[in-house]
Design a protein around this ligand. Structure first.
Ligand SMILES: [Zn+2]
Length: 105
């Protein structure tokens, strides 16, 4: 395996520990190139940005500013966005997800 496992989730993968054989198997949900970094999340990746960052601050004592947390669309997933009630296609999202007092558009 030529990849490194780091500290925050961008590419989905699972890790299996095989205790008896002392092996770790990492399975990625996307194609990887040799040297790509893998990031493991310290919090639930299903939480919206505000709650993930709050959880990380309270339990791991750091303010996360990873690519996903910094992106108002969460890397195009719009996982924290609200659906616009006036149209079926629009979303409402934070203008600056890392800012404490950011507005939403
Ligand atoms: Zn983050």
């Amino acid at each position: 395996m030529g990849q490194r496992v780091n500290s925050h989730l961008v590419k989905c993968f699972t890790v299996h520990f095989l205790c008896l054989s002392r092996r770790i198997i990492v399975r990625a949900a996307v194609d990887l190139k040799k040297g790509d970094e893998l990031f493991s999340s310290y919090t639930s990746s299903l939480l919206p940005t505000m709650l993930r960052r709050e959880n990380l601050s309270l339990t791991k004592f750091f303010e996360c500013d990873c690519a996903r947390c910094a992106d108002p669309t969460e890397l195009g997933t719009n996982a924290s966005s609200l659906k616009c009630t006036k149209c079926d296609l629009g979303v409402i999202k934070s203008t600056a997800p890392l800012g404490e007092f950011a507005s939403i558009t």
